[in-house]
Design a protein around this ligand. Structure first.
Ligand code: 6PG
Length: 231
């Protein structure tokens, strides 16, 4: 697994511009090399600005294949769903066909949703880029401290999560093992609320975010507000 690179930007706008450019460059390279680009989407609120920038760039086409890092067990049209957030911020207006951006069926419950997602992922190549957020407790996707992160190499691709500390309690998440087979893992972390988590992460604590690394590259895209430089 690759070591982590911390890329710190003065503000979220500069971070998003650089990240959007880097993402488009990786997509072009993957399409040129393999005719397809497999991208894992981050949930939560942090990536909203990135998804807006990708809309402005008219990013994506039929060679892009999008996968969710995790999904909350809520009705499919619930505004709390990660899929509803990404569709409204970017995908609904994009040229990426619906069959290339199928949400995790988490409305069916964590166990059934994880089983269905795992079946869909069978035969899907290793992801080119996995975008991930990080919570204030160091969780990523829906891999939470004190829970099973699915780190064993033979772990299933998708995990059913119960009793998540961040509501809703029921979730479906990619496992750490599946995420760690991604070529590039890119965390996106902004805001002062994440400073404590980053300090713990950078100091080597065994947080869920620390368990996820790319095979070629692991980058934390961080703004100055979240970076614990002077602490
Ligand atoms: C979710 C996300 C989760 C998120 C982090 C950060 O379903 O909540 O997948 O992993 O990325 O909790 O969330 P914010 O970006 O909203 O701080």
């Amino acid at each position: 697994m690759s070591g982590i690179e911390w890329r710190v930007f003065p503000d979220p706008d500069e971070l998003v511009a650089a990240l959007a450019d880097a993402l488009l460059a990786e997509a072009a390279a993957a399409v040129a090399a393999r005719g397809a680009f497999h991208l894992v989407l981050a949930g939560g609120s942090t990536p909203l600005a990135l998804y807006g920038a990708l809309t402005e760039r008219n990013a994506g086409d039929a060679r892009w294949h999008l996968w969710y890092g995790d999904e909350r067990c809520l009705p499919a049209d619930d505004p709390g769903r990660n899929s509803v957030m990404v569709e409204s911020a970017w995908l609904a207006a994009s040229c990426i066909p619906p069959e290339n951006r199928v949400p995790i069926p988490a409305e069916r419950g964590a166990v059934e949703g994880a089983a269905a997602y795992g079946s869909r992922l069978a035969g899907v190549p290793d992801f080119d880029v996995a975008l991930l957020g990080v919570g204030e407790d160091g969780h990523t996707a829906s891999l939470f401290p004190g829970h099973d992160w699915g780190t064993a190499p033979d772990s299933p691709d998708a995990l059913a999560v119960a009793a998540a500390p961040k509501p809703p309690p029921g979730r479906v998440s990619l496992s750490a093992a599946r995420l760690c087979r991604s070529a590039r893992v890119w965390f996106v972390v902004t805001g002062g609320g994440k400073r404590h988590a980053l300090r713990r992460w950078a100091s080597g604590e065994a947080l869920p975010a620390a368990a996820v690394r790319g095979t070629q590259e692991t980058v934390a895209w961080v703004d100055a507000a979240a970076w614990p430089a002077d602490d």
